[in-house]
Design a protein around this ligand. Structure first.
Ligand code: KG4
Ligand code: ZN
Length: 342
C-alpha cells in the first residue's frame, strides 16, 4: 500500500510501434515499465506499417496496462493521475493510447494529462540521473526527430535547431536497408560499425546555411546510396562494415559538433542526449569524450529508456502534474504536435 502523499503516475505510450505502460512514483522512480514491441512484425515489411501498428496497439493495450499496474504492485485506486502521449506520432497509433487513457481516467475519476512524446524522451534522463535538474541542453535523436533543445525548466523548452529533412534515426534505417541489414537499422549499423573503418569512405557532413544548429541528413543518405551504386557499376565489392562505420561517423560528427557549438555559445554546463539513436555506442563515446574535454557534465538514459517506453512519459507527466497541467476528455491525437505547444 502506497503512502497517500506519494504521487503515482500511470503512463501510456503508443505513438509508433511500441505499446507501453508504466507506473512512476514521485517523478523519478520506475515501479514498472512494460513494453510490448511490434518490431518483429514490421520487420517483414522493412518499416513501420501504420495500419498494422494501430491494430496491434488495440490488441495489446489493456493487457500491457494491467501488467504495468500488477508489476508495480498497485491498483487504479492508488494512482494519482493518468499520463498519455498525444503527439507527435502516427495518428491511428496515438489514438489507441489516448482513448484508453481517457476511458481509465473517466472510469477511475483520475486526472488526465496529455504528454508530448519528445518531452518524454528528454525526461528519460531524470530516471537514472537523480541529481539532474534544468537548465541543460538536450539533443533528441530518434526515428522521427532530431532536435537540439534548451531545457529551461521542467516543461519549458526552447528549440535551438532541428533537422530540415530526415531525422537521424531515419537515416540509420534507410542506410541499413540499402546495405541489406533490415529494420530497425540503428542497432544493426551500430553493431556492424565496430568491425569497420570509420575513415574508409569520406561521406559529407552537411551544414545548413544561416542556421548553425539545424541538421540535414538527406544529402548523407544520398551520398551512401550513390557510393553503393557506383561500386555496383564498377564491379567493386562493397565492404558493408566500412560503409556502416563511415556513415555512422558522419552522423556522429555532425551531432557532436552542433551540440558542442550550442554548449559553448550558451555556456551550458550540462548536456543530455535522448531518443532511440542516443543508445548508439559510438555516439555515446563521442559525446563522453567531447564533454570531458570541455568539462561538461554528460547525461544519457540506459538504452531501454532511450527507445520508446512509457516510463519517460510518466516522468514528463509527473512534472506536468506538478505544474497543474490537466487535459479534458476532448484530448485528441495530434500527429504533428510541436514541442512547447499544448
Ligand atoms: O525513439 P525511438 O524509439 O522512436 C521514435 O520516437 O522515433 O527511436 C527509434 C529510432 C530508429 O530509427 C532506430 O533505428 C534508432 O532509433 N536506433 C538507433 C539505435 N537504436 C535505435 N540508432 C542508432 N544506434 C542505435 N543503437
Ligand atoms: Zn520516440
Amino acid at each position: 500500500m502506497e503512502k497517500t502523499e506519494d504521487v503515482l503516475i500511470l503512463a501510456i505510450e503508443s505513438s509508433c510501434d511500441e505499446t507501453a505502460a508504466a507506473v512512476i512514483k514521485n517523478g523519478r522512480e520506475v515501479l514498472s515499465n512494460v513494453i510490448s514491441s511490434q518490431i518483429a512484425l514490421h520487420t517483414l515489411y522493412g518499416g513501420v506499417v501504420p495500419e498494422i501498428a494501430s491494430r496491434k496497439h488495440i490488441e495489446k493495450i489493456n493487457q500491457v496496462i494491467e501488467e504495468a499496474l500488477q508489476e508495480a504492485g498497485v491498483t487504479l485506486e492508488d494512482i494519482t493521475a493518468i499520463a498519455v502521449t498525444y503527439g507527435p506520432g502516427l495518428v491511428g497509433a496515438l489514438l489507441v493510447g489516448v482513448s484508453a487513457a481517457k476511458a481509465i481516467s473517466f472510469a477511475a475519476n483520475k486526472p488526465l494529462i496529455g504528454v508530448h512524446h519528445i518531452e518524454g524522451h528528454i525526461c528519460a534522463n531524470y530516471i537514472e540521473n537523480k541529481q539532474l535538474e534544468p537548465p541543460f541542453a538536450c539533443l533528441v535523436v530518434s526515428g522521427g526527430h532530431t532536435h537540439l533543445v534548451v531545457v529551461k525548466d521542467y516543461g519549458e523548452y526552447e528549440i535551438l535547431g532541428k533537422t530540415r529533412d530526415d531525422a537521424a534515426g531515419e537515416a540509420f534505417d534507410k542506410v541499413a536497408r540499402a546495405i541489406g541489414l533490415g529494420y530497425p537499422g540503428g542497432p544493426k549499423i551500430d553493431k556492424l560499425s565496430k568491425e569497420g573503418n570509420p575513415d574508409a569512405i569520406a561521406f559529407p557532413r552537411a551544414k545548413v546555411a544561416n542556421a548553425v544548429y539545424d541538421f540535414s541528413f538527406s544529402g548523407l543518405k544520398s551520398a551512401v546510396l550513390n557510393y553503393l551504386n557506383s561500386c555496383e557499376m564498377k564491379g567493386f565489392e562493397v565492404n558493408r562494415a566500412d560503409v556502416a562505420a563511415s556513415f555512422q561517423k558522419a552522423v556522429i560528427d555532425v551531432l557532436v559538433e552542433h551540440a558542442m557549438e550550442a554548449v559553448k555559445e550558451y555556456g551550458f554546463t550540462k548536456l543530455a542526449i535522448a531518443g532511440g539513436v542516443a543508445s548508439n555506442s559510438g555516439l555515446r563515446e563521442a559525446f563522453e569524450k567531447a564533454c570531458a574535454k570541455r568539462k561538461i557534465e554528460f547525461y544519457h538514459p540506459s538504452p531501454i529508456f532511450c527507445t520508446d517506453n512509457a516510463a519517460m512519459i510518466g516522468v514528463a507527466g509527473y512534472y506536468e502534474y506538478l505544474k497543474g497541467s490537466r487535459s479534458g476528455y476532448d484530448l485528441n491525437a495530434v500527429p504533428n504536435l510541436k514541442l512547447g505547444e499544448r
